[in-house]
Design a protein around this ligand. Structure first.
Ligand code: PGA
Length: 250
């Protein structure tokens, strides 16, 4: 049975002190559950301390980015072995903000995913259509090609390290959420796509998260959909009460 996952993407928020405060206050009320994984993705400078603060708790720590090479002359970049050496073995790849503001294309995303899984890291792979694409009813095609062009180059064994996150771009940070029908039909489309490529067993084991303006008031309904295995939460993960409330909704 696949586990539920609630992941908080902190983006470029929280300094050293705010990081400690937020993790401490989440931990105070976070009860252990063996059907659930809770992941947070703080900024690079706070990853190592976050691993320390989260020791012996339910919280796991993820990076928000990774370089596609494992070492070399790439000023300012961070590699998989560096992350592993501080106890971080999860990374977010393909977030729409990285695609949009840092021009990360599918060739690069595949290299990043490949390097991560070769180094035994888990990847939270994000994808989703833009509003224009949904209005033109191209959302299923877009999502299919985003998955095919990057993930379907992976071997069965590597695919086991993938967590999928469907994040319609028009719902990220906008306050607008996809409705339950839109979410469930896309998640079931994704699971079928995985099943056709990697077989039913793997498709039943992969976690498919939804992301895009999840908040305490809509979390319950979103998580009640069969093929939704959790959420990737941005804004609402920066507040411990809201994040805990979302965790308790699953
Ligand atoms: P949001 O962000 O919850 O603030 O919409 C989600 C994300 O970017 O992963």
């Amino acid at each position: 049975m696949r586990k539920k996952i609630i992941a908080g993407n902190w983006k470029m928020n929280n300094d050293k002190y705010e990081t400690k405060e937020l993790i401490t206050s989440i931990n105070k009320s976070l009860e252990f559950r063996d059907d659930l994984r809770v992941i947070i993705a703080p900024s690079y400078t706070n990853l190592e301390s976050s691993v320390t603060y989260s020791n012996q708790t339910l919280i796991e720590v993820s990076a928000q980015n990774i370089h596609q090479k494992t070492s070399g002359a790439f000023t300012g970049e961070i590699s998989a072995p560096m992350l592993l050496s501080i106890g971080v073995n999860i990374v977010i790849v393909g977030h729409s903000e990285r695609r949009e503001y840092f021009n990360e294309d599918e060739i690069l995303l595949f290299e990043k995913v490949k390097t991560a899984v070769e180094n035994k890291m888990e990847v939270i792979f994000c994808f989703g259509e833009k509003i224009k694409e949904r209005k033109a009813e191209k959302h299923f095609d877009i999502v299919s090609s985003q998955i095919r062009n990057v993930l379907f180059k992976l071997k069965n064994d590597d695919f086991k390290n993938i967590i999928l996150a469907y994040e319609p771009v028009w719902a990220i940070g906008t306050g607008e959420t996809a409705n339950s029908n839109q979410i469930q039909e896309m998640h079931s489309h994704i699971r079928k796509l995985i099943s056709d490529k990697y077989g039913n067993k793997l498709s039943q084991e992969v976690s498919i998260l939804y992301g895009g303006s999840i908040k305490p008031s809509n979390a319950n309904e979103i998580f009640s959909n069969n093929d939704v295995d959790g959420g990737l939460i941005g804004g609402a993960s920066l507040n411990s009460d809201a994040f805990l409330n979302i965790i308790n909704s699953i």
